[in-house]
Design a protein around this ligand. Structure first.
Ligand code: ADP
Ligand code: MG
Length: 591
């Protein structure tokens, strides 16, 4: 029996009605809902919980901590939820977010929906009000039918009403989160559940350890042959690595597949570093050429969604010029946008193994005119970029500042890069090379702002590695209060804010002259002072050289640091590089 299953008498109750020691000994040992939740999580290897305390889960958080689970308390549930989501991505175990009822639950729900969209395994556990009162809509404290609201926004949702079902409820949540396509799961725990008392032995027997939570899925030999035949017929093959490939942790086999086949590859944003970005087969710097001119494309854990222009249109060259092989654990992903000539449904680890077996002496190799076309394009683009990165001008533009950060990651390849913003995101993605898997964490499938501090905190907690969070000034605002959390837990996080006084640019004006423009912030803000308020290190920099020195100092010291990098307010472009998605009115109304 674990120590948690022995019911502890609350000190206040003890004071009211002191129970003689002998009487306690004689009673059968008891447990309750609180202890059973903790025991169920521990039994399944959950080591960390991200959350915000409050009614009715305050004591649960406290008790988790006392029982050895690490509890990271945030200032807002959305940030705790984002932390849990990225912990799931990094560890292949569901990240846990714990919140209070109604408003806390809703704050966490955004992160849960985002985790589901990104295929990150996560469980949002929220306390809730009394079922009987909620269902009759009698106006309970924070009344809300949370289960019904969560259901359409996540992969699965469960509620536990009886303490003896906690073991099953937690097991179902874990399996739902990590099996098949990973995603977000909601677990509803009504306040009354926590206090339900049970015989300790019966309680322990009700716990469930999830066996083989994410079973291997191996594709049929006929599907593998179809894919290999197509790949061998290619004159201009291309591999696209997505974040599903990064998630799979099949790093060595994926590298072997690329190197043994000799097929050029491009990484999607969070797959950067799966192979180092300076790898000779990386076609990242010739991205538009390979998308347009390739004839057979192997998608490895990447979806043909908006981030790949849905696999069609100008970017993909002539209609019908391309055949796709898609590796994905989710069968329904196939043909989502275009015909998939060779679907390979299975987990990436298993699929890559069987593909490797087929890249044998019969492998024809990749035609050299294809690789030399790509290399020529790469070299031209890389040298064009290098000229922009070398400038040490003040005020800084994005490229100058990013040139300094590119050097930081080159010198510290095991650091984790968190990145959000508009220009700050788009340009950093292209400029900063990554060298190791799962080191680049960013806005993902939705391009959502606000992931920054949650991701940075969880990355530091889960990996123990230094974190560099490169943030647009607007993006940072969505989770900025968590700098207090970073200082409180003394995490090795260095935040760099690209401060260009606003969203996209800092130069908009209100045509009526009444208010600030809708996209601008207080000019010359000093975000570094926020960090100092909580005991961290704040630095203001105006040149790429100063920026590099400040980041190096932060990473050497491991101290929580915020660097306010002054960027020319004129430097950004509207919506970064996805301006085409942002409709602009062409009608000028007469006054
Ligand atoms: P990116 O944005 O990098 O292109 P996506 O999130 O669009 O990546 O796609 C990731 C894909 O990977 C999803 O379709 C998901 O089902 C799939 N996936 C996630 N984990 C695995 C896995 N272990 N094996 C196979 N496919 C996976
Ligand atoms: Mg900005």
């Amino acid at each position: 029996m674990s120590t948690a299953t022995a019911l502890k008498v609350h000190p206040e109750e003890a004071a009211l009605a002191p129970i003689p020691d002998a009487a306690v000994q004689a009673e059968p040992e008891l447990t309750d809902g609180f202890h059973l939740v903790i025991d169920a999580l521990k039994l399944n290897g959950i080591e960390t919980i991200y959350g915000v305390p409050g009614i009715p889960i305050t004591d649960l958080g406290r008790m988790c901590q006392a029982e050895g689970i690490r509890v990271i308390s945030f200032r807002h549930e959305q940030n705790a939820g984002n932390a849990a989501a990225i912990a799931g991505f990094l560890t292949k175990k569901p990240g846990i977010c714990l919140t209070v009822s109604a408003p806390g639950f809703l704050n966490g729900l955004t992160a849960l929906a985002n985790a589901t969209t990104n295929c990150f395994p996560m469980i949002l556990i929220s306390g809730s009000s009394e079922r009987e009162i909620v269902d009759l809509q009698q106006g309970d404290y924070e009344e809300m039918d949370q289960l019904a609201i969560a259901k359409p926004l996540c992969k699965a949702a469960f509620r536990v009403l009886h303490a003896e079902d906690i073991g099953i409820g937690v097991a179902r949540a874990i399996r739902a989160a990590v099996s098949g396509r990973p995603g977000g799961v909601y677990l509803d725990l009504p306040a009354k559940l926590f206090g339900q008392v049970l015989d300790a032995a019966k309680g322990e027997a009700s716990l469930v350890k999830v066996i083989d939570a994410a079973p291997e899925q191996i594709p049929a030999p006929s599907a593998v042959k179809r894919a290999l035949d197509l790949l061998k017929s290619a004159k201009k093959p291309l591999i696209i690595l997505g974040k599903g490939a990064a998630y799979a942790q099949a790093d060595d086999d994926i590298r072997e597949l690329v190197e043994r086949s000799g097929i050029p590859y491009i990484p999607m944003s969070m797959a950067k570093g799966l192979l180092p970005d300076n790898h000779p087969l990386s076609a990242g710097a010739a991205r538009s050429t390979v998308l347009k001119d390739s004839d057979v494309v192997l998608l490895l854990g990447a979806r043909l969604n908006w981030l790949l222009s849905h696999g069609k249109g100008k970017q993909w060259g002539e209609p019908g010029s391309k055949k796709f092989i898609q590796v994905d654990i989710e069968p329904r992903e196939m043909d989502s946008n275009v015909e998939i000539a060779a679907p390979l449904v299975g987990d990436i680890g298993s699929v890559v193994k069987v593909l490797l077996a087929g890249i044998d002496s019969s492998w024809p190799g990749v035609p050299s005119d294809w690789t030399s076309t790509i290399n020529a394009k790469k070299e031209a683009n890389i040298s064009k970029m290098a000229a922009k990165l070398g400038k040490n001008a003040s005020p800084m533009d994005f490229h100058g500042a990013l040139g300094a950060l590119k050097q930081v990651i080159k010198e510290r390849p095991d650091a984790i890069l968190v990145n959000e913003g508009a220009n700050t995101l788009d340009l950093a993605r292209g400029v900063i090379d990554m060298y190791q898997p799962r080191k680049r964490l960013d806005v993902g499938t939705w391009g959502v702002m606000g992931i920054g501090m949650g991701f940075a905190i969880a990355a530091a907690v889960e990996t123990g590695k230094p974190v560099l969070a490169v943030e647009g000034d607007s993006a940072f605002g969505f989770s900025g209060m968590e700098v207090e959390t970073i200082c409180r837990y003394n995490l090795p996080v260095c935040i760099v804010i690209f401060n260009n006084n606003g969203i996209y640019r800092g130069t908009d004006v209100d045509p009526t002259g009444r208010d600030p423009g809708t996209t601008v912030f207080v000019p010359g803000s000093r975000y570094d002072k926020m960090m100092e308020a909580f005991g961290g290190v704040g630095v203001n920099v105006t040149t790429p050289d100063e920026l590099k020195r400040a980041v190096d100092a932060a990473m050497d010291s491991g101290k929580p640091t915020l660097i306010n990098a002054e960027i020319d307010p004129e430097a950004g472009s509207e919506s970064g590089n996805i301006g085409s998605l942002n409709p602009q009115s062409v009608v000028k109304k007469k006054k």
